[in-house]
Design a protein around this ligand. Sequence first.
Ligand code: ATP
Ligand code: MG
Length: 283
Amino acid sequence: MKTLKIAIQKSGRLNEKSVEILKNCGLSFENYKSSLISTVTNFPLEILFLRDDDIPEYVQDGIADLGIVGENVITEVNADVTYLQKLGFGKCTLKIAVPNESEITDVSGLEGKAIATSYPVILQKYLDDNNVNAVVRTISGSVEIGPGLGLSDAICDIVSTGGTLKSNGLKPFGEVMKSEAVLIASKGMELNEDVIELLQRIRSVLLAKETKYVVLNVAKSNLEKVVSLLPGVKSPTIVPLFEEDWVAVHSVIAEQDFWEKINSLKAAGAEGIVVMPIEKIIS
Ligand code: ATP
Ligand code: MG
């Protein structure tokens, strides 16, 4: 069968996590910083290392069958690709920002103003959706210096922590777009057997990351109360302890309701709670 190609970012914010998720899927490959292509030795797959801007079009045109890239980049170039899976990293938001002293406080205040951005297509759609006419100035980087240089009244750029904006005397408002890294495929490739296999592996890695393996001890008299708080993969495993009338309970819980669960488990009589990471969950 044909060897698939997956395009990932060569260097930058998405590179490390993209490599990590592929390695966690059990794929073996060399990750030399200098190479542009790497062959996976235990799966029919080649990895192409590219600028993130080029990934959506490579996938759209079928030069790569799969890609890992930010949704913001895909939307900006309007790529015609299949979205397979959100990957939970590279999370950021495209926002409008204005100088701290600006009187502009919301999107309607942008009427007639100039906005600098590297995302002209996404910004124009946001302005159109809000019935605002503004001048969009496209620049390829360092957008945050636009107002200081007199190039624009506002900017539209990616914000994750807000630190860059703050250090440039800018304050954000408006949520133009939320984004995270996604796995995309060329149209039709979602039916390919190897793509399906790889997608299943990625999903099991993501699922494992969202859950924890919990072991705790409890007196039999409190067992029912504790078990009712633990919706395991099917049902929790109960193992007898050497100490009579006590058991160990093994279960899996979602990372997100972790702290809430731990406190209610303690209140219900759970002791010696041990929480462990899970590598993979195959369902
Ligand atoms: P390349 O050299 O591949 O073109 P780049 O400089 O365009 O890289 P990066 O800065 O590495 O891109 O960002 C890649 C992606 O990471 C962005 O498109 C976005 O989806 C995501 N991202 C997450 N947080 C941020 C952030 N704080 N700033 C910029 N991008 C972010
Ligand atoms: Mg780029």
